[in-house]
Design a protein around this ligand. Structure first.
Ligand code: SAH
Ligand code: SF4
Length: 381
């Protein structure tokens, strides 16, 4: 198997070229072809010497995960289901808005954090995505949305923002996530500003410090509860990194963050975390953290054929919760549910994963022959 060049950030690519006796500027040229023109065939890299192109054909390749399905919602949201092998499927979602285009990317197949309300968590953890599989989502989406046409004019690029809010906990796949983030920010690759790249975490405190030092981007923290007893049940990672530690980690992060606030994501679960008293507790909890709140109406999904027990808070409940926060001077938004006709909303990613995974596996079996379905799946169906 040759080397997938999508696996390298700029430093890594220069080093790989060095090992192969090539100058760093050659690596830059190839970076442009890969990440600004979205070319995958070395023979299309016309300003590169033929001898080098031949060497590359023999030793390397450029490959994003294979597309299993491509769906378009009524509101323009587009979702790609991608095959990352061994029966694992991940998703990337493009959300167009008037003034920007946001791509939501996945960082793991499954997730070990196992939040009570999340379909990805219910799948269990399969594995970390490679850098190529993470950046490959942005590469593919750009390519399919026509981002590489003409010259590398940034203004005409369809994707202006990236959020790591798809499947998986990015800070538990730290090295590959950081390499992908560096490519997103690199002027020789996607050239996005740090403020337009947001990493969402369930609160892996030591890794928040490492991210601050390695590659600070905008930060969203999945809070979901105002006290440890409730958060312990909703986000099990809270038992390891309780709220007090999480709040101080947020303050430390802001020392180097590109924005002067943290966004707290807060899923709205009927009768669980949506009372006025809980809104007031949140104000006290976050007193020392410059922050905004993004309230996310819960998106239901099924596990093994039955609907998960949580319900979405009623709209008037969400409105009054938001008002309490806003009256305390905290900027608060309610997330619009996008793409729900193609199950592309938060927490619905691969919500029907068992079906879809079976489909992926069936495709693979067709090619590979006789491996029984149950043995190809990372988790029992
Ligand atoms: N693991 C990271 C990033 C991926 S989850 C994290 O937890 O932050 C991205 C966001 O989707 C999180 O805020 C998460 O709480 C939210 N989410 C998960 N399941 C959801 C559901 N069923 N409905 C609405 N939002 C959900
Ligand atoms: Fe993992 Fe985030 Fe889902 Fe929690 S909400 S299980 S951390 S993907």
């Amino acid at each position: 198997m040759t080397t997938n060049l999508l696996d390298f950030d700029s430093e890594g690519l220069a080093a790989w070229f060095g090992v192969h006796g090539e100058k760093p500027f050659r690596a830059k040229q190839v970076m442009h072809w890969m990440h600004q023109r979205f070319v995958s065939d070395f023979s299309d890299m016309t300003d590169i010497a033929k001898s080098l192109r031949e060497k590359l054909v023999n030793e390397a390749h450029i490959a994003a995960p294979a597309i299993v399905s491509d769906s378009l919602a009524h509101d323009g949201t587009r979702k790609w289901l991608l095959n990352v092998g061994q029966g694992n499927a991940i998703e990337a979602v493009f959300i167009p808005e008037d003034d920007r285009g946001t791509l939501c990317v996945s960082t793991q197949a499954g997730c070990a954090v196992d939040c009570a309300f999340c379909s990805t968590g219910k799948q269990g953890f399969s594995r970390n995505l490679s850098t190529a599989e993470i950046i490959g989502q942005l590469w593919l989406a750009n390519r399919l949305l026509g981002g590489g046409k003409g010259d590398a004019q940034r203004q005409s690029r369809p994707i202006t923002n990236v959020v790591m809010m798809g499947m998986g906990e990015p800070l538990l796949n730290f090295d590959n996530t950081v390499a992908a983030l560096k490519l997103m920010l690199d002027d020789h690759a996607y050239g996005l500003s740090r403020r337009r790249v947001t990493l969402s975490t369930s609160g892996v405190v030591p890794m928040m410090d490492r991210l601050r030092d390695a590659c600070p981007v905008a930060l969203a923290v999945s809070l979901h509860a105002p006290d440890d007893a409730l958060r312990d049940t909703l986000v099990p990672l809270n038992r390891k990194y309780p709220l007090r530690e999480l709040m101080t980690a947020c303050v430390r992060y802001l020392e180097k963050a590109p924005r002067d606030f943290v966004t707290f994501e807060y899923i709205m679960l009927d009768g669980v975390n949506d009372t006025p008293a809980q809104a007031r507790e949140l104000i006290a909890l976050t007193r020392d953290v410059p922050c905004k709140f993004n309230l996310i109406p819960f998106n239901p999904f099924s596990v093994g054929g039955s609907l998960i027990a949580f319900r979405r808070s009623r709209p008037e409940r969400i409105r009054s919760f938001a008002e309490i926060l806003m009256n305390a001077g905290i900027v608060t938004t309610v997330r619009k549910t996008r793409g729900d006709d193609i199950a592309a909303a938060c927490g619905q990613l691969a919500g029907e994963v068992q079906d879809r995974t079976q489909r992926v596996v069936r495709l693979q079996r067709g090619a590979a022959g006789s491996v029984p379905l149950k043995d190809r799946l990372p988790h029992p169906i």
